[in-house]
Design a protein around this ligand. Sequence first.
Ligand code: CO8
Length: 303
Amino acid sequence: MLFSIVLLYCCSSAGVLSQLSIHSRHGRECVSPCFSLQQRNNSTSPKIKVDLDNSTGVAVLRMQSPPVNSLSLDFLTEFCINLEKLEMDKSCRGLIITSTLSKVFSAGLDIMEMYGKSPERCGEFWKAVQEMWLKLYGSNMATIAAINGSSPAGGCLMSIGCDYRIMADNPRYSIGLNETQLGIVAPFWFKDTLVNTVGNRAAELSLELGLLYSAPDALKIGLVDQLVPEDQVLSTAQDTMSKWLAVPDHARQITKSMMRKQTIDKLLSNREADITNFVSFITKDSIQRSLRMYLEMLKSRKA
Ligand code: CO8
């Protein structure tokens, strides 16, 4: 019931909806024309590819938006539509999320969506971020993040929104909610999701210091559940999924709802205020300056 409410609530996706393509294991592609897309950037190619294996009931959602799978409004909209479609497909019981990019799972929220934008646009963007989390954290499907690269901030949020996390055993990859390092503050529902995952003390340290954990350190604090060699991330996720799907759906779903309902309800009952807070915070001159400095740091690091 909770999950249905969440779904209904999240269905209204800020008016920017895309065509959705889902590929079956046998290469069949069904394009649903039931949504119309208002393109917001130059790229018209799908940022997400979904393959649903009808024989196992497991879908693999691949993020494929170079260079770093940053979560722009377009990306989030496409992500939510795909999730919604899978959620409504009774044959789909499990979802694995991974990346097609080498080295990066997701760089988190697209900083350019928060820098130099109008309050209206920032509000629209934040609503899409909320929707992504509500849909994922409240999903009826068993969800596994197959983290095959770095996953800071919003990428970490997406990972901890899943039921289980498998990460590539590569010390160069990092994961965490590093918002304070950018001079911004993770909202209460980011914090709640992290607390639910690693406990209060680890979350406090992690959030205040904006820590990014190497894969082995992330395993130590329980931010991820398992490390495997890089080339086995997806296959391990598929093996693990079969264990999750061996549990009767209704029992797993009710238990998941029991664990997550309070956290989800908190955002649902404060959604508008959360958007207002985000917009007034992110459009402040001092915060815009912090974001600019961070962007410059990213560019100079690259140079
Ligand atoms: N948004 C937009 N552009 C980005 C982002 C991003 N999050 N991350 C990287 N880019 C850009 C870079 O600037 C670079 O652009 P260009 O090619 O034009 O110079 C390009 O992507 C490639 O980046 P890198 O060269 O750094 O790629 P690497 O493969 O070397 O590294 C990393 C990949 C590790 C992901 C690295 O890019 C990185 O650390 N990125 C920053 C990640 C980050 O800090 N994200 C935080 C986003 S904020 C967030 O998600 C939550 C905000 C909550 C807001 C709450 C407010 C109230």
